[in-house]
Write a protein that binds this ligand. Sequence first.
Ligand SMILES: [Mg+2]
Ligand SMILES: [Zn+2]
Length: 215
Amino acid sequence: MKKRAVFIDRDGTLNEDSGYPGDFEKIRIYAESFEAVRRLNRAGLLAVVVTNQSGVGRGLFGEADVALVHEKMRAAFAARGARLDAVYYCPHYAASANPAYAIACDCRKPSPGLALRASSDLGIDLGRSYVIGDKADDVAFGLNIGATPVLVLTGEGRRARDTLLERGQTPGHVASNILSAACWIIRRERRGPCSASTTSRKKSRRWTGRETSTC
Ligand SMILES: [Mg+2]
Ligand SMILES: [Zn+2]
């Protein structure tokens, strides 16, 4: 059977958004992220980080730096008993001075490329998966891949809520932070795929941008 995954945005969702961090020492992981990932691990959901790292295309740091950040990040989670199953990133920037990165790629969220790559590498059923992120484009990414997007109110989340209301894009849920998002996903999964699909097919009530529950 294909696996279900939770695609997790990095900056503003898993850790504080600090601009374009090129080394791990500049990254502050939210305390609740470790527990969130532990719970997803226990629930049998893959925890897959998907992140736009246009700092590469902007010439702020290289792909080796990104790889090192992610290696250290996965080690930091592992040291706390939490497993990040995979990390995928987009290094592109359309206005890059480097032609290798100056492309209209298919992997910068909200485009689906990162999820499609993960799905083929890991055998993921995207339609039964989730996205947790703090930007309107994370929600759009979730909708684009047919997953259930959860908006968190950390990082850019509060501003994203207004953008989503303007765009008429509705997340499956709005959570205060990543742990609350993980709890909502796990509760929804426990109700089983049948009731979950019934819920998603149901005509949803008009979304007002309010957070609907906490952990
Ligand atoms: Mg973010
Ligand atoms: Zn890309």
